[in-house]
Design a protein. Sequence first.
Lengths: 116, 561
Amino acid sequence: MLLLVDDSPDIRFTFATVLRRDGWEVETADSGEDALALFDPARHDVLVVDYSMPGMDGLELIARLHERPDAVPVVLFSAYLDDTVAAQAKELGAAVVAKSDYARLPKALRELAGDG
Amino acid sequence: MPEDVGAGADLDASARQDELAAALADAQLQLDEERLAHARTGATLGALFASMTDLVVVADPRGVVTQASAAAADLLGVTPDELEGRQVQDVLPTDLDVSLWALRTAHGGRLQVELDLRAADGHRRAVSLSASVVEEPVSGKVTGAVYVARDLSRTQQLVAELAAAEHRATLLADVSGLLSAAASPDRALQAVADRLAGEAAVAVALLLLDGPSVGTVVASDDALEAALAGLVGRAPEPPTLLAAAIDGATPVRTRHAAGGLLLGVPLPSSLAGGATVVPMASSGQPIGALVLVAGHGDLPVATADVAEQVAGRIAPAIAAAQLRETVAAMERLHHDRQVREELLSALSHDMKTPLTIIGMLSEQLAARDVDDDARSEMLVVLRRQARHLRRLVLQFLDFVRSQAGHDLGLRLAPVDPLAVVHTVVGTLESSGRVEVHVDGAIPLVQADDDRLEQIVANLVDNALKYSPSASTVRLEVTTTRDVVRLAVVDHGPGIAPERLTQLFAPFERGPATDAAEGTGIGLYLTRRMVDAHGGHLHVASRPGEGSRFEVTLPVAGEVGP
């Protein structure tokens, strides 16, 4: 199952719709805090995390997950990606995809799931 | 025992003689020593008298000069020999009686006074004169008098020069201060002209060139400024002294300012005295001239000199100010370009999200196997994102217009604020997080409904964006007398007091800049829109508790009978 984290309901709806049609089972969280509470390595194979969120942002969420021994692959996706953030995310083992580049997302997810 | 007696008497007489001889020798020795000492004293006194820079005259009890210093002779224009043997009041010619008699009777034996001495050549010399009667310590018998006079004319001259130098230094320091402190170059020049005019009681004008022509004219005197206004836009032409000074890069003075010869325009009749034109240049290029005109009579040489020094201060200040203006203009241009570039970049980022959603959902809608519920939900999201995109585009256009100096072009009409509030909340993604509170019967406001929608949407979007996703945002609509108040209250991180003032500047964003999407022009445009409505946008915030943005708008005027 895929855990999708984004503060925008329309983004959650849209990406969940597309990912479900692509065969994924999708669960959503509307904040980094919510995602940490919801995350269950037994159920979630991969996380798709928005970068720009009030409170805990995507990068912090990835860092928190990275500390856990039971971490799963993560994709950071954002409309507002700068190189520094992308580099930091990659250092934490996450894949990085721009939201506008959503066509790349399914392929990236398959690769990640295959590797994991 | 006469022999014995006689012999003894002889012996006594001989011994007495020896004693007397010894005593005489002693006395002689003592006398010699005293003579020597006296001679030494005399030599010392002589040397002293010769080396004294002050006039020293010693008089005997009759008031006759017995000794005089060389300086006394210098001061009075005679040799010391000529002074000795004359009455002291004759050698010290003053308006005051300084005779020994007067010294004893009128002045109580001691005199300390500043007065003029008349020298042999008739010149008066200011001196400080001390005189005292010399008396024997015990008997009190008068043995003479000593007169000491110090030449004050050199001192007075030095004091006058020092005062003038100090004054000039103060003036120049003032001018420098005025040049650097004033808000604009024009004001600085006006201040300098006024300061200089007050100094010398003359009219002062500053002319600045703009290319070859006179660009700016500043004067301390209204009539002069009015006359000089005729020069603006014209190049100084020969044979005017203005052209001569500027072309020759050297100050030109005249004794008569009347007529048009000075500057090329007739001056008011109140200014007909001497004048000076001091050219000002920077890096060898003429930049203008400083003009001083006396009402009548000559312009004092010292004043003209000061004018040249002042002009020397003004020129670099003007050059620096002009350079600063050029640099500032270039920086503004650069900043504007940067602002536009940042805006385009930020806007393209902001537009990506609705465009992505619209793109993704329209692909989904094209699929055949979408059920009706899913389809209608997709359509709701599509419409909302299309509206969001439209707002962003409008915002962008408003910003471009505001940068070009255009107003927002409001179309004002009575609008129901509640209808606008419900439209905004109805099209929000997170409408569930917004609580609307209405207090009382809300009257219509005079507004442009599109703009009012933007105002409310911007404030609510902002509140949602900067507060925790689980928190609610409160939208209050209230009214008092002639205004309607729309308040948006969030429970976000709040705004630090020092940031409140810059909050409405373009591209200002909250501290969560990295993580919060947005162009940063939202609040800037919101404020502009509220201002254009004749309303007020007020923000109150407590860090850690949240913020309250409050818009007050005037109620629509009652329709006349």
